[in-house]
Design a protein around this ligand. Sequence first.
Ligand SMILES: [Zn+2]
Ligand SMILES: [Zn+2]
Length: 422
Amino acid sequence: MIELDDSLVSWVRDLRRWFHSHPEPSFKEHQTQEKVVQVLSDLGIECRRAGQTGVIADVRGNGPRRTIALRADMDALRIKEAETELNREYRSQNDGVMHACGHDAHMAMLLGAARWLLEHWDRLPGNVRLIFQPAEEVPPGGAGLMIADGCLEGVDAIVAVHVFGNMPLSRIGFRSGPFMAATRTFKVTIKGKPGHHMCPQNNIDPIQIAARFVSTIQTDIRQRLNPNARYVLGFGEVHSGSQHNQTPAEAEVVGTFRSYDVRDSETIVAAMKSNLDGLMETFGAGHDRIAPGNSDRVPSPSEVQSPFSPSYILEAEPAYPPLVNNPAFTRRATEVLRASLPNVDDDMEPNLGGEDFASYLQERPGMFLFLGGGNPERGITAMNHSDRFDMDEAVLATGTKVLLTLATDFLTDPASYLGRLA
Ligand SMILES: [Zn+2]
Ligand SMILES: [Zn+2]
């Protein structure tokens, strides 16, 4: 059983407050990176910068055995933090940027784990890799850059925890297998034919095409997907036009879609293409040739049109892969966590959020766990990404313990986590 002394717990809390008051958005985590490097150096842990604004370090134990990686993400969000009773002492000092997803806590807990591991290195039968990763919030995410920079070299397994605002304090929630979604951002650019509203027969209105797309795509996707497949598609932005009496040239629709299976996400892209192909045909009909001439009379301006077909560009960014917890690893982790912590839910419902930790889990066995930071009695109930998001800081000790429990147990008995791989 891992015990943390009070000085370590308050050190972690102070670090979390420092990170919280100095939030930086994705790939801009310069001050954050400096702070991590400085804290590790003060502890005497060698580290290197990676993934633009990330940091990699190792705590070496006694003996060159297995290595387990623990990962914290570093970026904040472009959200203006609300003033609350709770955050008076550590409110964001960077106006319009806020640690609204708990990544401040993730870094503090990982540093806390590093300090504990250093104090116990002689009883540590292996190594722990510390991964501080930038830009979790923007696809394709910072994980890929960290992996390209070698953060998984020599690593046998990997773990991360994530604070969740509307989950009861210190509950630990996860499940074996698919746990979070493959998420993709899409952008449809529709090119119509601009013109004066007085002669609609000459124009092709991209706003109407966009509106048809928005109102019909969900049905088209349903027609193509296995009825048991779960997905969501949401629209985030629609842009078009600059003049009230002109049919504009272009319209743009932007959104995300999420599923537990990458094959479903390919089906969704195919449904979008055929939906848009159909719309191009419908709206382009009659515009693809020069209006028939009539030698008996001079054609009116509205009859004279040049050949034109509407067109579209569909961009669907590569997804965060679905996040899949390794079954053998999760089985052993469940036993160990249940034995040492009070509130462990190994049957948490999967969710359609996206998380770039999925990329590490494609490369190495391991798991991702949610950690409850909410406390309704103290008014802490806001969900992640809310401007009132906060946490009961008691979660910091729990999260540090989860990281240390799994890291030390893995290094003591890797075979029970890796199954046949060990
Ligand atoms: Zn987030
Ligand atoms: Zn997050």
